[in-house]
Design a protein around this ligand. Structure first.
Ligand code: ATP
Ligand code: MG
Length: 343
């Protein structure tokens, strides 16, 4: 297969990837770093620099981390709030190197996120006019369409740390301890401005009318509502769920904006794949054809299929992503899914 000749365009792609590599390294965002490195390898191979691509791939393999750990988590671990009785850290804190360019959203979703970012960035000007900026967001929608990712995007766009609440250590076995842990989390957010993120918030905000619910969980919902009401921290608070019907009615009213993350339509699939294919050469594979094969899937599944196809291309030593490689990745995904369903 003939490699593509280096062009001004390919130099620009490599420069962009190198920038991403540096930025993600400086922010210690392992996932973004590996993603940029893999794309760089693909781009080098595509330009016919097979030796360089192989060397880079070997370097990436040799230095692979057993478990990615954000630098901030190490640096500030002693300062993070902990469960008194169980000692576990209640938050993971990191500085995500993510921006709006890293997500493909439905127009309405994107407009709401952008508006939120704008209001927050100009909160001082709004305050001069006695207008409070939106600060609390609730993300909801079917699994795998960017809710968790967008919390990182909001933090990345605002240049704030992301405080990710760890429900595994927050929800305690001792009576009253979960509410005390929640209070510690809100206290920490007040002292250390950042984006406070309650992912899968249904874990602590289940409807209080659930018949099989125990008293302790009802108390936790009440505490959460009170802490949200009384919160005087400065940073955004984001909660996300894909179980909206399980959420207590009172929770919805506590948020300034409720943002829906729908399943992707054809335009979104198209845009997502266009971006993923940007730094590779495709052969017998159009974005339209790939999008048609992904219809009905969430973006998380499409991301997985695309990465799978690109990996197969790199491992086979190919210099182009072919229709056959992509189709094989779709088939592997569907087979795994049907095995999971029947198993
Ligand atoms: N809108 C999107 N734009 C770009 N990539 C996306 C998008 N949605 C999902 N992805 C890809 O799928 C991965 C998983 O998405 P994410 O965890 O944000 O979904 P979620 O909505 O939080 O799902 P869940 O409800 O299961 O928690 C992301 O890390 C990203 O690779
Ligand atoms: Mg999520």
């Amino acid at each position: 297969m003939q490699p593509a000749a280096p062009t001004a365009y390919s130099h620009a792609v490599n420069a962009e990837l190198l920038k991403r590599l540096i930025r993600s390294h400086r922010r210690d965002d392992e996932e973004a770093f590996v993603d940029a490195a893999e794309q760089l390898i693909v781009a080098e191979r595509r330009q016919g620099h097979v030796r360089i691509a192989d060397d880079l791939a070997a370097a990436l393999r040799e230095t692979a981390r057993a478990s990615p750990k954000p630098r901030e988590q190490i640096a500030t671990v002693h300062e993070l709030p902990r469960s008194k009785t169980e000692g576990a850290s209640l938050l993971d804190t990191g500085t995500p190197a993510r921006g709006l360019d890293d997500v493909v959203l439905a127009p309405e979703t994107e407009a709401r996120i952008s508006r939120f970012l704008r209001e927050f960035a100009h909160r001082a000007r709004l305050a001069e006019h006695g207008l409070p900026p939106s600060r609390k967001l609730l993300f909801h929608g079917p699994p795998g369409n960017g809710k968790t990712l967008c919390a990182a995007v909001v933090a990345g766009e605002l240049g704030l740390p992301l405080h990710y609440v760890r429900f595994d250590s927050l929800i305690a076995s001792y009576l009253g301890e979960t509410s005390a842990n929640l209070r510690r989390v809100f206290d920490h957010a007040r002292q250390r401005p950042g984006v406070l993120f309650f992912d899968e918030v249904d874990a602590i905000a289940r409807s209080r009318s659930d018949r099989d619910d125990v008293g302790e969980l009802k108390r936790v919902v009440n505490s959460f509502l009170q802490l949200l009401d009384g919160d005087t921290s400065e940073g955004p608070i984001i909660a996300a769920t894909n179980h909206e019907s399980a959420l207590d009615d009172a929770i919805w009213r506590r948020f300034d904006d409720v943002i829906w993350f729908p399943m992707p339509d054809d335009a979104q699939l198209h845009e997502y794949l266009r971006r993923r294919f940007r730094s590779v050469r495709t052969l017998g594979l159009s974005v339209d054809a790939a999008a048609a094969q992904c219809r009905g899937l969430c973006l998380s599944d499409v991301a997985r299929i695309t990465t799978d196809a690109l990996k197969a291309m790199v491992l086979d030593g190919d210099t182009a992503l072919t229709g056959a490689l992509f189709e094989a990745a779709v088939t592997r995904f569907q087979n795994a899914r049907s095995r999971r369903r029947s198993g």
